[in-house]
Ligand binder design. Structure first.
Ligand code: CA
Ligand code: CA
Length: 422
């Protein structure tokens, strides 16, 4: 490419970006001017996503499975940057008193106070393999945290011959400087020498069991293990808080199957959350044009890599190239093009009545917060928020005050508070 061509491309890119920014500022000012508490936003009928799909010739399995109608909730909110200078934060977990646990991918767990003071790293965590997509990943509070002070975290554990997703638990000391009684309660198998697709979002169910998402490690050589019952790769697993296998797991006693497996056939799930009815939802990084929202049910097979929407990131078709097969679950929803989803939260707070029941999803590639409305188990509308901030949203959680708390996947990562406009 000549210098002249590069300059022309740069000018063109600037014009496109400027147009997008102007449109977004207009949308954002509408968001923040009018406030209509109690309304959930009416879908206009026209889809929010208007770009060309990555993969051509694919048909959704049912109306509304992709490109949901655009929503406008007209909710007035303020975004406060509580902390910055964080190194690739991966998870935020609000504590009851208003402070936060935040993980940083290189291997640090910190407390950030409600006032935004970032504490020193908490000691006692085992080593992580922080190359590529690995590191210290999710953190979750014990359902009985107020009395047992126990936390759970996931990480890519260095092991002989490579690494794999592991989950450990420990007790936060009274002075909040260290973890005691640290114990690894789950080790995904097999070990693999790679740096991609660890999955590893943690979610406690209403059954007080711990659900762990495990990625399929991406490479074509290991990807088929998402369908193999003797491997944890590409599964959601369910264990008791002490690491034992619940006897009512679906594949307990089945020859050749690992007993921790709860659901099968996932690619890389980095968002998992329970709704108000106690159902598990998981949002999955797909191939190019195949990010998925799935309603996870016991023992079911979600299809990867046998069925998938989209195409390989190289632009080649996914081997097999089919989007549906009997016995394999369809996603509730998919994004084509992808948003790169990470972190999810069903909103149930009092601070934003208009958002109650909405599913919030972080978007890293598209650098925004996605809000989905759900009706009768399907996605009925989609709204994109925080677009003008231009940051990769890695995790979103509702605090005890009903505000939303967000961490951004940046080398100068931030913790944001999204609260009603004062
Ligand atoms: Ca978490
Ligand atoms: Ca799927």
């Amino acid at each position: 490419m000549t210098n002249f061509q590069s300059a022309r491309l740069a000018v063109l890119a600037c014009i496109i970006i400027a147009t997008a920014c102007t449109q977004q500022r207009g949308a954002e000012s509408q968001d923040t001017v009018r406030s209509q508490p109690g309304q959930n936003g009416a879908a206009t009928g026209a889809p929010l996503e208007t770009r060309e799909a990555n993969a051509s010739g694919q048909t959704p399995a049912f109306p509304g499975q992709t490109r949901a109608p655009s929503l406008k909730s007209n909710v007035a909110f303020d975004v406060t940057v509580l902390a910055s200078g964080l190194s690739k934060p991966w998870a935020v977990e609000p504590l009851m008193g208003g402070d936060f646990l935040v993980t940083e991918k290189p291997g640090r767990l910190r407390i950030i106070t409600a006032a935004g003071v970032t504490g020193e790293p908490i000691s006692g965590l085992p080593a992580v393999d922080a190359r590529g997509q690995g590191g210290l990943l999710d953190v979750a509070l014990s359902p009985g945290f107020d009395s047992d002070r126990t936390i759970f975290w996931s990480y890519s554990e260095p092991r002989t011959g490579g690494n794999a997703t592991s989950v450990a638990r420990g007790v936060l000391s009274a002075d909040r400087t260290r973890l005691d009684n640290v114990r690894v309660i789950f080790r995904a198998l097999p070990v693999y020498n790679g740096t991609l697709h660890y999955g590893s979002r943690l979610a406690f169910g209403p059954d007080r069991m711990l659900y762990i998402t495990v990625g399929e490690r991406s490479d074509k050589v290991i990807r088929p293990q998402a369908q193999e019952m003797g491997s944890h790769m590409g599964k959601i697993v369910r264990i008791a808080p002490d690491g034992s296998v619940p006897p009512d797991n679906p594949f307990v006693g089945q020859s050749g199957a690992l007993p921790e497996i709860w659901s099968v056939g996932h690619r890389n799930v980095q968002a998992a959350t329970f709704d108000a009815q106690g159902r598990l939802w998981a949002i999955e990084h797909g191939a190019g044009g195949g990010d998925e929202v799935n309603h996870i049910e016991k023992g079911k097979n979600y299809g990867w890599p046998i069925i998938a929407y989209g195409e390989e990131y190289s632009g080649a078709p996914i081997p097999g190239g089919i989007t549906a097969r009997a016995g394999l679950e369809q996603p509730v929803y998919y994004w084509d093009p992808v948003i790169a989803p990470s972190g999810a939260q069903f909103y149930s707070g009092d601070a934003f009545p208009a958002w109650r029941g909405s599913l919030f999803v972080g978007a890293m590639k598209e650098k925004r917060l996605v809000r989905l409305t759900i009706a009768n188990g399907r996605v009925s509308g989609e709204e994109h928020l925080l677009v003008d901030r231009g940051k990769r949203v890695r995790d979103v959680k509702q605090g005890p005050d009903g505000a939303l708390y967000i961490v951004t996947d940046e080398s100068n990562g931030e913790l944001w508070k999204v609260a009603p406009r004062r």
